[in-house]
Design a protein around this ligand. Structure first.
Ligand code: PMP
Length: 422
């Protein structure tokens, strides 16, 4: 019904901060639309708009909305109850998959969000090395906890709080910040942390400043710096895991990390995070070791079922390459439609446009692009039936069900948006 989102938003604003529960959702102008249904590559809003979805829950839905195999497994699980507070068979099955693809010979701990995953990974790195400091990169986002809310990307950048109030300066002081794609800056930061650098944490492809791919030598260089300083390398693969390849960015770029954090896709659209590393590191976690982690909802059976069904479906189909192919076509079309006025970055099925004439190789380049124009682009794409992220500092995603028909709708929308944005 027309006007329904407005009505819901006004009421929601009385009960929820800004009418939402996660800040990027409030970036849709003039107010967020409410969604009542997701079907394959589409979402249906409360106002009955049908939009091609390039947000896909901010990354998890690699198979699109309401995938049949995932739905069936979730329902089967729910028929048997949904929370036992004990280990389950399905959790073991998902653990085997994750470990064999991402950290052969290692172990995994399932938690409930990417935030918990990076928090646990950093604690583990500190416990393992006996050191306190971590290095992160300006513009990388690793979740909403204190250790990493220093020069953070995503909504922290969009809303002007890359350094959140409420994080004690003593905590922030343990995080040294370097520039992405700049090995000299990373080396300087490592030197500054001296012999107290527990870990370097990085998004192997930044997905929280738009999309920024790593330079050829950047990840390899970080591996060397970590080794030289006796620190651990943490790849935050919450977005890239099971998207760039089954082995994620490690496999894709041929660089091994010591700890990998995962989330999003491995939960099939249900809340999840995971930490994986070789057993020597993982066995420091409770109950085996002195580094604490626990959770009522860790490895909850519904998420585990959805995650396992998702990975099995990816294995049985060419889901990743289908998603990548769709992204490639759309990125190429967008580049042509904007004819030099926008620059498009893409790595497999993650991509983003920047309204700038130069190529975007760093978060500073992303910040220097025309963000107001991006916001207008979002509005126009919606008018023509396509949901792209409302913030410049997010990635667009494709799924295995972004087929030719969907691509055609998108290209038509891009053509119209480009001509109106001139
Ligand atoms: N790390 C990365 C790379 C992310 O993109 C995100 C969320 N987009 C997180 C961590 C945090 O994950 P969550 O929102 O599930 O806490």
């Amino acid at each position: 019904m027309l006007g329904m989102s407005k009505e819901l938003y006004e009421e929601a604003s009385k009960f929820l901060v800004g009418g939402v529960d996660s800040p990027v959702r409030a970036a849709v102008r003039p107010y967020p639309f409410f969604v009542k249904e997701g079907v394959g590559p589409y979402i249906i809003t409360e106002d009955n708009e049908k939009l091609v979805d390039y947000v896909l829950g901010y990354g998890p839905l690699i198979l699109g909305h309401a995938n049949e195999a995932v739905k069936r497994r979730v329902i089967e699980q729910i028929e048997r109850g949904w929370l036992y507070g004990t280990p389950t068979r399905v959790e073991l099955e998902l653990a085997k998959k994750v470990v064999s693809y991402v950290m052969p010979g290692g172990k995994v701990r399932f938690v409930n969000s990417g935030t918990e995953a990076t928090m646990t990974a950093i604690r583990l790195a500190r416990g393992f090395t006996g050191r306190n400091k971590i290095m992160k990169f300006d513009g990388c986002y690793h979740g909403a906890h204190d250790y990493v809310l220093v020069q953070a990307g995503s909504a922290a950048s969009e809303y002007g709080v890359p350094n959140s109030r409420g994080v004690p300066p003593q905590v922030a002081a343990l995080t040294v910040v370097a520039k992405y794609n700049d090995l000299e800056s990373a080396d300087r930061a490592a030197k500054a942390a001296g012999d107290d650098l527990a870990a370097i944490i990085v998004e192997p492809v930044i997905g929280n400043m738009g999309v920024i791919p790593p330079d050829r030598e950047f990840l390899r260089g970080l591996r060397e710096i970590a080794d030289r300083y006796g620190s651990l390398l943490i790849f935050d693969e919450v977005i890239t895991g099971f998207r760039l390849s089954m082995g994620g960015a490690q496999q894709y770029f041929g660089v091994k990390a010591d700890i990998v954090t995962l989330g999003k896709i491995i939960g099939g659209g249900f809340p999840i995070g995971a930490v994986t590393a070789r057993s020597e590191i993982m066995d420091l976690l409770s109950p085996r070791g002195p580094v604490f982690n626990a959770g009522t909802f860790n490895a909850n059976p519904v998420t585990m079922s959805a995650g396992l069904a998702t990975i099995e479906t990816i294995e049985a189909t060419d889901a990743l390459s289908k998603a990548s192919k769709a992204a490639k076509e759309i990125a190429e079309y967008a580049e042509a439609a904007f004819n030099g006025a926008a620059s498009v970055n893409r790595v497999e099925s993650m991509f983003q446009l920047f309204f700038t004439q130069r190529s975007v190789v760093s978060p500073d380049d992303a910040r220097a692009s025309d963000r107001e124009k991006y916001a207008k682009f979002h509005e126009l794409m919606r008018k023509y039936g396509v949901f792209v992220p409302p913030s410049q500092f997010e990635s667009q995603f494709t799924s295995a069900v972004h087929d030719d028909e969907v691509i055609l709708t998108t290209e038509e929308a891009l053509r119209k948006a480009a001509s109106e944005l001139k």
